[in-house]
Design a protein around this ligand. Structure first.
Ligand code: DQA
Length: 150
């Protein structure tokens, strides 16, 4: 089983950026713990981070041919990128959206996710543990081949 993990803009700054919201772990450390968990579950991970909307869309289009599911934290694109939303919808794979912080307990603009509309589900507010839980959730969705909402 293959899962692709996409980290959106500014997530390369984890460890330094707003620790009260995003925790103290760097992206490299988070990715390391995802790799460890995935390998125990016999899942192959492909992980990318980009600060660019078009790069994320290109990646979704390319991996959709060769992956079984996607975990995405679209960062601020969550709140306004209809283009990423459309790419996720178009890929026809199960997708889980993850947010480190509880986007519903912060500024008003963060409470709206346009990208979650194209996802099977969303995990928010559990820090990096959200990604670990997303691997488990996605594995079940892939096994069940639960069709995503269209
Ligand atoms: C975030 C929440 C977004 O609102 C913010 O722009 C981010 C990170 C999160 O993981 O909590 O960059 O996606």
């Amino acid at each position: 089983m293959k899962i692709s993990v996409i980290h959106g803009p500014n997530l390369n700054r984890l460890g330094q950026r707003k620790k009260e919201h995003y925790g103290v772990l760097t992206l490299a450390k988070i990715n390391n713990s995802l790799e460890k968990k995935a390998s125990k579950m016999n899942i192959q991970l492909e992980i990318m981070q980009s600060n660019h909307e078009g790069e994320i869309i290109d990646f979704i289009q390319i991996v959709s041919e060769k992956t079984d599911g996607i975990i995405i934290n679209p960062g601020a694109f969550t709140h306004y990128s209809y283009a990423i939303r459309d790419a996720l919808e178009d890929c026809l794979l199960p997708v889980i959206e993850v947010h480190l912080s509880n986007i519903f307990a912060r500024e008003e603009f963060r409470a709206r996710s346009v990208t979650a509309q194209a996802c099977a589900g969303q995990i928010a507010g559990l820090g990096y543990q959200g990604y670990l839980l997303a691997i488990e959730g996605l594995q079940s969705l892939i096994k069940e081949r639960k069709p995503k909402k269209t």
